[in-house]
Design a protein around this ligand. Sequence first.
Ligand code: FES
Ligand SMILES: [Fe+2]
Length: 437
Amino acid sequence: MTLAQHTTASTATTGHRDRMLGLLRRRPPRTSLEAPLYTDPDLFSLDMQGIFATQWFFATTEAEIPEPGDYVTVDIGTLSLIIVRDDDGQVNALHNVCRHRGARVMTDRRGTTARLTCAYHSWTYATDGTLLHASSPGETFDRTCFSLRTAHVRSVCGLVFVCTAAEPPTDIDDLAATVTPYLAGFDIASAKVATRIDLMEEGNWKLTMENNRECYHCGGHPELACSLFATWGLTADTVPPELAADWDRSLLADAALRERCTTHGLPWDIVEHLTDRDAGFRISREALDKAGESFSVTGERLSRKLMGDLPDFRLGRTSLHVQPNAWFHGLSDHVITFAAYPVSADRTLVRTTWLVAEDAVAGEDYDVDELTHVWRHTNSQDADFVQLAQQGVSSPAYVPGPYMRSEDQVEAFIGWYTDHMIRHLDHLDHLDPGERS
Ligand code: FES
Ligand SMILES: [Fe+2]
């Protein structure tokens, strides 16, 4: 029995499943979801099973765990994982559940340890999950049967994805093959973590993701608007007259960027597979406004050191969206990763991590406050938007509303979610009772 099926057996009653299927199947295209899909704890549990127990999701970066024994913990719903580098340099994802009587083993968000020791009765595991020590005088048992359970791990250019399903979707190979030419030059695995910030958004994880997938609301981001063209997400026929000058400037900047990328042999095409596969993604390289170097108020670099082996400070932003829970921005001088970890039906932890070049020195090459200025404010503004949305969908007066053309990627995300949940719930429908229990 897989973990997904086991979890399903404990929580997914036929009633919840049928109700959710009904809500998903009757969604008109390009329309936001009905309220229970954002607010109901039982349907949140089904999200965790149908999406986060079946798909790859972004967990962390290799830069967070450069040395053996370095680990981070990642909590999603009731799931808890330890992402740890073992003595052989391998990255492992271990379920944070003791094999004795199930206690949580590691409670800190990150750290370094030679051994993973459960605080309850001191069962002790190696960093590959092997049970090393279980004190029980006068008793013998086969320790090899009680390693921490593992999940699948896949590093794509230093971005660590995890899948807890018995048989993970295989099309992450396509994602890796496509994005590697865009990301390899940043050398994320060897980067230095400048800082990271955890922000609890008071909203359902899908509202966090929806908010990220459009810039219709970017008027609410004055700091970001300094370097991000206000026309992002628009097309020639959807640009309003008041943004015509911005549109023209962005076209010129994009043309210059493409010329520069061609000179350096770097890809810049938009590649989008958000809806037609399990590991849905979109990658692009787009120009930034003003100085065009980084996410700063002036568009100028925020770190004096180039990432990895990039050849130029003026390479715009390389942006990657990955379903279901992550987005990334690669600038020549730093990389920002964003992970959305669902906590409950109405709470989502957004972890933002700023990476700089391996040899960049704080206070000399970059200033953490300056480095994080734009996205600290932008994240805070986004958290407010998500909270407003959660408050609204929780009202009895809420009815689903239409996605605008500038919200195509919101529709892509919700379409992907809807298709995958229907497929998962349909699959449950076809399991015989013996397979469900
Ligand atoms: S539950 Fe972990 S040692 Fe007992
Ligand atoms: Fe935003």
